[in-house]
Design a binder for this molecule. Structure first.
Ligand code: ADP
Ligand code: ZN
Ligand code: ZN
Length: 728
């Protein structure tokens, strides 16, 4: 039963024909407390400890044929033990929401768009001017005798839904149910196979040789080295074997681009699964994979659980990305789950990245993963040139050094694009009174309020608390408030002043809040109307910008001296990922980093010798400090409105852990979490660390039941995070 309780529940399976087909993996409806719940049948037993009078009967069998295979069920049980998370919630996470709610697994028929009489008569000339997207859809309909399955639109790289809706409202098209037996026609023509280079061919050959067996590969390829082409070719091979593949991506915004590229190379349609789709679309994609009607699935984190009829290959692209770790509830790492799942299904798994995580790098060193390396950019593109600009004692114009400004001007003069990276949105991170030193703080968090000048608001980036931007100091009343530090809005304003004629686009969570606006901006960038692109880490993720030749990283120093032990790794990954956006076609790119620490050893290693050398050095530091991957961690978090309750609870837990571990496990804390007060609640944490994974898990097995017995737990919200990616 999907409830936060660490146990399975016994129910009586009535002895009648309706239940004759009940098998593990099927959904059932059961009474639970005063409610009826959709639950999952895990096991059929002939005995129970429950007294017969207390044993409640199952209300209904929802699946005649189980939706999960025994392999997948076994995987979920294993994950429940590994992550110490209640089995009901773990199994629940594997299902799309409609099925969790007990929805029928029978397929709602797919829809097709059909031209109406009015649509046939409509003047396209007029529409082309006013609504080019609607006109484009009508053009497509005309080419296909007036009917087009909606699924065929999924490969388009623009947001077609509003256009379909508008056409429907105008009565120019109608949506009808289409015959599921008819395969959707291709929306893009199949491109001829490209000639892979030596390294790509080797990678494809190694993985293909492992089809039908478990083997984990770490595909390390510098940005632009042709990893995506390797994936396409591998998936083609999987399709030739009549098997299925799942490709995991860290971010929704990357799916259209990758889907479009796969659609050009693969004969089979590509299904997608992510939170941007409607529930029924997601459910359909899930069932299509389950029943083998679709062969390729592209999805984010939770797509890793999608059941496969004929499993062939799992791919995790950008495997280093922290977004693969779920940060609430069932805190799993989709990358790690993919590896375990491949092992259980006996199929290969490919983890790809230009900047592999230190964990994966370490697994490759220990030969748990097989290393594949694409050392060069494919085609003609050359690697970018790095340059450090020492900004000590330099006059900065809103964070821009004279050297960087000059380079931007030269790049604009050559009509090439510029990408500037600053990982902080808003105008300025601090508002301070010049007269008395008062700083605008969030009343609910240990954090400063961030100035958002465009919206004229102060906002907390941790709890979303906001208020109007004050004119005067709220402590002394003087009107001399100063804005300290840099945010993207501030740099944007400076760029508008410095380069008034340049096309400028800012990409961050504020500028892309409206649905479709990120797609629009990306479209403009590709169309070439944008000269300078300014943004946060949203820009670092896998997007292709072919005309960018100058990349500026405005501030690397914050990461150099962060308290987070992963900060160096994240910094290096971001630098290399942003740098990968430069000079991708025929021109060499330049990457400029502004820093006050040009002598920093890891930074120099990174830009002089590359990510691999950096990673080896960073691993040496981790080893010396006995940090992951050289040790294993579990983090207990607790929070409460009462400032001392969480600390009291974790102190008790620490004492129990101490007694159970007999010195084999490091028990660190409890300590206040970074920014201990968040949204009015006080956060504490207790870190358990051990060089031996089994010992850590054995301790947790005994510790958790004790935690549930502690009286102090009643006053806190607490959770356990296995292999935490953030200690906050
Ligand atoms: P990555 O995924 O590693 O960043 P891509 O697969 O996107 O790299 O490849 C970068 C560019 O190089 C793309 O435009 C791609 O079509 C092209 N490319 C990849 N492999 C080859 C090849 N063997 N020959 C020519 N062009 C290639
Ligand atoms: Zn003041
Ligand atoms: Zn706050």
């Amino acid at each position: 039963v999907p409830v936060p309780i660490h146990k399975m529940f016994d129910y009586l399976l009535p002895d009648c024909a309706e239940y004759a087909n009940a098998r593990p993996g099927a959904r059932i409806a059961v009474p639970f407390g005063r409610y009826q719940k959709t639950a999952y049948l895990l096991e059929i037993a002939s005995k129970t400890d429950i007294a017969p009078a207390d044993l409640k009967p199952v209300i209904a069998l929802l699946d005649e044929t189980p939706l999960l295979s025994e392999d997948d069920l076994a995987l979920l049980c294993w994950l429940s033990r590994y992550y110490h998370h209640p089995i009901g919630e773990v199994v629940n996470a594997a299902f799309p929401v409609l099925l969790r709610r007990g929805g029928s697994p029978g397929l709602e028929p797919a829809k097709a768009m059909q031209q109406t009489e009015r649509g046939r008569a409509a003047s396209l000339e007029d529409l082309r001017r006013r609504a080019p997207r609607q006109a484009a859809l009508l053009d497509m309909l005309n080419q296909r005798s007036g009917s087009l399955p909606i699924a065929a639109l999924a490969g388009l790289d623009w947001n077609w839904r509003p256009a379909v809706d508008s056409l429907g409202r105008k009565g120019l098209v109608r949506l009808v149910e289409c015959d599921p037996a008819v395969q959707p026609e291709r929306s893009v023509p199949l491109l001829p196979e490209i000639q892979l280079n030596r390294a790509q061919l080797d990678a494809v050959a190694s993985v293909s040789a492992a089809f039908g067996t478990y083997k984990a590969f770490l595909l390390e390829g510098v940005t632009g080295s042709g990893k995506t082409e390797v994936y396409s070719r591998l998936i083609q091979r999987v399709l030739d074997r009549d098997e299925q593949a799942i490709v995991l991506l860290p971010e929704i915004s990357l799916t259209p681009q990758l889907q479009a590229r796969f659609s050009e190379r693969l004969a089979a349609p590509v299904a997608v699964f992510h939170s941007g789709l409607t529930e029924s679309d997601r459910c359909r994609a899930w069932l299509d994979m389950r029943h083998g009607r679709a062969s390729v699935l592209l999805g984010t984190r939770s797509a890793v659980f999608t059941p496969l009829r004929r499993p062939g290959l799992l791919i995790v692209d950008e495997e280093h990305d922290p977004a693969f770790k779920q940060q609430e509830g069932f805190r799993f790492s989709a990358r790690d789950v993919a590896v375990i799942r491949a092992q259980r299904l006996n199929i290969p798994v490919v983890l790809g990245s230009a900047t592999p995580s230190l964990e994966s790098q370490y697994n490759a060193m220990r030969r748990r993963y097989h290393s594949l390396f694409l050392p060069q950019r494919a085609g003609q593109a050359l690697p970018p040139v790095f340059r450090l600009i020492d900004i000590r004692n330099q006059p900065l114009d809103e964070g821009l050094s004279p050297g960087l400004v000059a380079l931007i001007a030269q790049t604009l003069a050559r009509s090439e694009q510029i990408l500037l990276f600053l990982n902080r949105r808003g105008f300025a991170p601090t508002l301070i009174c010049h007269a008395c030193g008062w700083v605008a703080r969030c009343p609910r968090c240990d954090a400063n309020l961030v100035v958002h000048a465009n919206a004229e608001r102060l906002r907390c980036h941790h709890c979303n608390h906001e208020k109007a931007l004050p004119k005067r100091c709220q402590q002394c009343g003087v009107d001399d408030l100063r804005r300290l530090g840099l945010g993207t809005e501030r740099v944007e304003k400076a760029l508008m002043r410095l380069f008034p004629d340049a096309g400028l686009a800012r990409v961050d969570r504020d500028s892309t809040r409206r649905k479709g606006s990120l797609e629009n901006t990306l479209g403009n960038i590709h169309a070439g109307t944008v000269d300078i692109l300014l943004g946060t880490q949203m820009l670092t993720k896998g997007h292709h910008f072919s005309r960018v030749t100058l990349v500026g990283i405005l501030d690397v120093d914050a990461a150099l001296y962060s308290i987070d032990y992963r900060a160096h790794e994240r910094m290096a990954q971001q630098i290399i990922q942003v740098a990968g956006r430069a000079g991708r076609e025929d021109k060499t790119g330049m990457v400029v980093l502004q820093t006050r620490h040009p002598e920093h050893a890891l930074l120099r290693l990174l830009i002089e010798e590359g990510y691999r050398s950096f990673a080896l050095a960073a691993l040496t530091e981790r080893k010396a400090a006995n940090l992951p991957p050289y040790s294993h961690q579990a983090l207990l978090r607790a929070e409460a409105v009462d400032p001392t309750a969480a600390h009291r609870f974790l102190t008790k837990v620490a004492a129990v852990a101490q007694a159970l571990s007999r010195g084999r496990i490091d028990i660190l804390g409890p300590v206040p979490a970074p920014r201990a007060r968040r949204a009015g609640r006080y956060h504490y944490q207790l870190l358990l660390q051990c060089g031996h994974r089994q010992s850590l898990h054995a301790l947790l097995d005994r510790l958790l039941p004790e935690c549930f017995k502690l009286e102090e737990r009643r006053r806190v919200r607490w959770s356990l995070d296995i292999d935490p990616s953030d200690l906050c």
